[in-house]
Design a protein around this ligand. Structure first.
Ligand code: NAD
Ligand code: DAU
Length: 337
């Protein structure tokens, strides 16, 4: 099986590439990645010498590049992870979100259509459903009510992908996962940011009252689910992928402080995120029923592994916290009080 993976140098994409190449020599991967601030080839060191691995530095919006990769390499499937993936950055600067998440997806879909790529897995998010009131859970038929430029762009790209199935019969499958955490996650998202700040005895900036609820999914569980959909999913269908562990943010932050032995006085409530979704809640019944997938990693175990990884990899953290990171951090947090 030859896979064209987009965004394979990011957090989830790199976990997927390490996983599929680690399972034997029957899979080869072409990793197309632009190496934005979030792309990091260090994440792929364990597989960089694998005979089935090829890295292509490029943009998914580059039609000629995407077309030539698809015609030269003839992949059996495209697994599309590449995105501008952070809500706060999408609020500060929406334009790259529009380019990559919408135009980039369009470029890939056109290549699928023109060159008859046999399978296309579009990796999306539960954020497309927006905030879900308790006690409800969103299944795959739930209305799309995205709140941020990021989630709106993902909802738009999901609909575009599904339209290529309906109109052109392209072999499209869409996955919608909940909040991922695990090793190699860029320290802009809640869990790695809080771990990294706690380890450096810096304040932990909790938006608003911190009672917003997220459903936490260990990254390897997510990658197994994407593999399951790639292998067994039905074309034209959407599959939710939840972690089955809904927690308020404050509870997550407290667990991080307890596990790192740091005081709760580091918690600092700051101004809320504009348009902040209060609660995500997802039903994963369909993927279980159709592929047999279920999440396996308990949150406490996954969190302990993740914290250990950040403690053991200070050099990785130091390198990703470049000037760009500090600039972003100042822009996002400076005026929050
Ligand atoms: P990430 O930000 O860690 O990585 C994104 C990767 O895409 C980077 O390697 C970056 O260089 C690459 N990229 C960005 N723009 C590109 C372009 N124009 N051309 C080529 N490559 C480009 O993201 P992530 O957290 O690993 O998320 C991966 C996917 O999973 C995204 O589609 C995201 O929407 C989705 N998702 C993420 C989560 C989560 O909790 N992180 C949850 C559900 C779904
Ligand atoms: O639900 C899936 C989505 O999860 C993915 O599609 C996105 O790519 C991913 O970024 C994530 O989005 P969230 O906005 O939920 O994740 P984030 O880690 O940014 O924030 C999680 C919660 O923590 C959210 O309620 C905001 C809050 N938060 C976040 C940060 C960065 C804080 O309170 N303080 C912070 O500094």
């Amino acid at each position: 099986m030859k896979l064209l993976v987009t965004g394979g140098a990011g957090f989830i994409g790199s976990a997927f590439v390490r996983r599929v190449l680690g399972t034997g020599d029957r899979v080869s991967v072409i990793n197309l990645d632009k190496l934005t601030y979030a792309g990091n080839l260090d994440n792929l060191t364990p597989v960089s010498q694998h005979p089935g691995y090829r890295f292509v530095h490029g943009d998914i919006c580059d039609g000629p590049l995407v077309n030539s990769l698809v015609t030269d390499e003839r992949p059996d499937a495209i697994v599309h992870f590449a995105a501008e993936s952070h809500v706060d950055r999408s609020i500060l600067s929406p334009e790259p979100v529009f380019d990559t998440n919408l135009r980039g997806t369009f470029t890939l879909l056109e290549a699928v259509r023109r060159h008859h790529v046999p399978r296309y897995v579009h990796v999306s998010t539960d954020e497309v459903y927006g905030s879900v009131d308790a006690p409800h859970e969103a299944d795959e038929t739930y209305p799309l009510r995205p709140s941020s430029p990021y989630s709106a762009s993902k909802a738009g790209s999901d609909l575009l992908a599904l339209s290529y199935f309906t109109t052109f019969r392209c072999p499209v499958l869409v996955t919608r996962a909940s909040n991922n955490y695990g090793p190699y996650q860029f320290p802009e998202k809640l869990i790695p940011l809080m771990i990294s700040n706690a380890l450096e005895d810096r304040p932990l900036p909790v938006y608003g009252d911190g009672l917003q609820v997220r459903d936490w999914l260990y990254v390897d569980d997510h990658c197994r689910a994407v593999e399951a959909v790639l292998a067994k999913g039905r074309e034209g269908e959407v599959y939710n992928i939840g972690g089955n562990r809904a927690l308020p943010n404050l509870e997550v932050v407290r667990q991080i402080l307890a596990a790192t032995g740091k005081p709760e006085t580091l918690i600092t409530h700051v101004a809320d995120r504009p348009g902040h979704d209060r609660r995500y809640a997802l039903s994963s019944d369909k993927i279980l029923r159709e592929t047999g997938w279920a999440s396996e990693v308990q949150f406490e175990d996954g969190l302990a592994c993740t914290i250990r990884w950040y403690q053991d990899n200070p050099e990785w953290v130091r390198r990703v916290k470049s000037g760009e990171y500090h600039e972003y951090y100042a822009r996002n947090y400076a005026n929050r009080g």
